[in-house]
Design a protein around this ligand. Sequence first.
Ligand SMILES: [Zn+2]
Length: 253
Amino acid sequence: MKEGTASDIRRSSYIDWGLLMELLYRHADGRSAFFSNRSDGNARNSEVAEKLIVAAGGRYQSRALLRQTHSSIIRDSAELSQDGEIGKGQLREPLEGDAIFVDEPRSVPIILVADCAPVVIFDSSSLCYVAIHAGWRGIYGGIIQGAIDRLRAAGSGELIGVVGPHAGICCYEFSSGDADIFSQKVGTNASVPLEGGAVALDIYGSISHLFQKSGVLLQSTRPPCTICDERYFSYRGGDLASRMALFVVGSDS
Ligand SMILES: [Zn+2]
């Protein structure tokens, strides 16, 4: 019988659990970014989030959660981490913020999204990374650049960026005036024509541009659109309550 690789074993473990979450990226040292989908359940529910993390191979020693407000605030996992056993629920009220800087492998950051972009930037030569909730407000406010600066200050390795499913250029209708203001701020044309004269905002193109400008190596291709792809929850699609989870299990978490 052929032996599976570590990643095969990890994958079979969450498929055995009946979960369809995606492995967005796995670094050579084992750090792995996962993104759940609709069939995995509403990740706002802490029991769902716990199950996802454990099934992904995380030991769930410590989780870092935010009260997300579309800000550009980046928190350190140390100030957010909640040590707790599985099934014990949340231990304290999360702090406001929209990105989590992680520099210790025991911590599992959880970012909740439905149409905003789930983004992770890894420092390739240290254990540091930042997990980001990136909607237009956060990108406009500088959260991507802030995350890059935080990582550059902490380590010296090449930065690797990963962008998961979010509202795509097929559906993400935006006021054309606001799209122009956004484009000017980000430094690239983020306005894409839709049928009938409307425009869509190109979140992926904007993040790609910011990565390229700062020398971040983009690992992902343009991901599926959460508004029209039924595998995902969509806030714009009318489901205001449900979220997918972006989380990273470390080489030792
Ligand atoms: Zn779409």
